[in-house]
Structure formats: structure tokens, C-alpha cells
Design a protein around this ligand. Structure first.
Ligand code: C5P
Length: 231
């Protein structure tokens, strides 16, 4: 069964705790990203863990292998469940992240690789030296590269998840943001899919922010999304 992760896109710990409490038992997994982590640091991770929730720490590490290895160990010590790295950090960096995670055993963090940021188009890729590959080609190549070098899963758009999940080994995790329940506001997302479509295409985890955080009744919004996932 795919899991629902709520993107805790707020900028302070008090608001983060208030949101997690308000959403209550209907969601057990939260994504803490750069904005909240940079503002509040590990304390906000501890606060969400203390409320009995799992944490996806989305800091997209991209550094030398030793630094990434040590950052993953810090995340593991905090008890985070999912962490992100950039696949373009290279083989040794991906391997260092996976090896550091493995030290925590089965319950340790799982390493997710970002392939190509969805904000980049072909021109942007050429600017950084990726020639002769469309963004879709680059996503497919980097996804395979990351998984072959030890990443447990990938962050991917709902439009990519179908082809990636059918071509990568069973057990690979596929985390998809850009999910919108039928009829919900799309906001600044350009390529969206419904929860049912994303799950049918192979997503193992859906990341949803505003449709739950900004809902008048976040509990009802989360339940409706879970129902759509189960359908
Ligand atoms: O509010 P919304 O559901 O659009 O939030 C989606 C979350 O997933 C945000 O935290 C956003 O930064 C993240 N994300 C995304 N698209 C990507 C990668 C991450 O929307 N390609």
C-alpha cells in the first residue's frame, strides 16, 4: 500500500507542530524541507518524531562523499526515515550515502535520489553540460545510475513514475510530489496527477502539501486523498 507524506512547508517549529497535531492520526509521515530545516534545525525533526510521526528529510545532499556520508549519519541518528541526495553527485557519493544509511540497519534511513529537478528544461541541462539528451532521457539514465549505485529509491514526477517503475528493480521506492486530488487547486505545479493515477503507475509514497495544509479541514482532506489512493 502506498503511503501519504505531507510536505510540512511552513517556516517555523510552532506552526509545524500545530499542523501535525491538527492533522492527527490521519497522517503518519511528514516531509521537512530546506525552508523549515534551515529555520529550525534538528529540533523540528525531533519535535515531529516526538509526535510519533515518521520524517522524510528532504535536503537534497550534493557534496563530496565523506561529507554526505556524515550528513546521512546525522540524519540516521535523528531517526529520519527518508533522505534525499542528488544523483549527479556521482557514484562514490551515492554509495557513501547508502553505506552510511545501512549502518542503521533495517529501520535506518532510506536514500532517495533526485534525477533532474523538474524546474529544469533542455536548455538548462545544456547550460550545465548535458548535451544530446532530453530531460526525460536524462531522468531515465540518472534513475538507473542512482539505483545501480545503491539508492533505495527516487523522487520523480507523476509523469515519470510509470516508465521508471516498470524498468527498475522491484522494491525500488518511488516518491512523487505534484499530486492533486480531482478538482483541487493545482497552484504552481505544472504536471500533476491524481492520487489514484500516481499509485496505479507505481508510486510507493505520495507527497502532498497545500491540498492538505491549506484545507479548511485538513483531516478530511487527508482522508479523502487516502481513499483516492486506495481506490
Ligand atoms: O503543496 P504541494 O503539494 O505542491 O507541495 C509539494 C511538495 O513537494 C513541496 O514541498 C515541493 O517542494 C516538493 N516538490 C515538488 N516537485 C518536485 C520536487 C519536490 O513539488 N519536483
Amino acid at each position: 500500500m502506498a503511503e501519504l507524506i505531507v510536505a510540512l512547508d511552513v517556516n517555523n517549529r510552532a506552526e509545524a507542530v500545530e499542523k501535525v497535531k491538527a492533522i492527527g492520526d490521519s497522517v503518519g509521515f511528514y516531509k521537512i524541507g530546506l525552508e523549515l530545516f534551515t529555520a529550525e534545525g534538528p529540533d523540528v525533526v525531533k519535535a515531529v518524531k516526538d509526535l510519533g510521526k515518521r520524517v522524510f528529510l528532504d535536503l537534497k545532499f550534493h557534496d563530496i562523499p565523506r561529507t554526505v556520508e556524515r550528513a546521512v549519519k546525522s540524519g540516521g541518528a535523528l531517526g529520519v526515515d527518508l533522505m534525499t541526495i542528488h544523483s549527479v553527485g556521482g557514484k562514490a557519493m551515492i554509495r557513501a550515502a547508502a553505506d552510511a544509511a545501512a549502518e542503521f540497519g533495517e529501520g535506518g534511513p532510506k536514500i532517495l535520489a533526485v534525477t533532474v529537478l523538474t524546474s529544469l528544461d533542455q536548455g538548462d541541462l545544456e547550460d550545465v553540460g548535458v548535451m544530446g539528451r532530453t530531460p526525460a532521457d536524462q531522468v531515465a539514465a540518472m534513475a538507473r545510475f542512482a539505483v545501480e549505485n545503491g539508492a533505495h529509491g527516487l523522487v520523480c514526477s507523476p509523469k515519470e513514475v510509470g516508465s521508471l517503475s516498470s524498468s527498475l528493480p522491484a522494491g525500488t521506492l518511488f516518491i512523487t510530489p505534484g499530486v492533486r486530488p480531482a478538482g483541487a487547486a493545482v497552484g504552481d505545479q505544472k504536471r500533476v496527477a491524481t492520487p489514484a493515477d500516481a499509485v496505479r503507475d507505481g508510486a510507493t509514497h505520495l507527497v502532498v502539501g497545500r491540498p492538505i495544509l491549506a484545507a479548511a479541514d485538513p483531516v478530511a482532506a487527508a482522508r479523502a486523498i487516502r481513499l483516492e489512493m486506495e481506490s
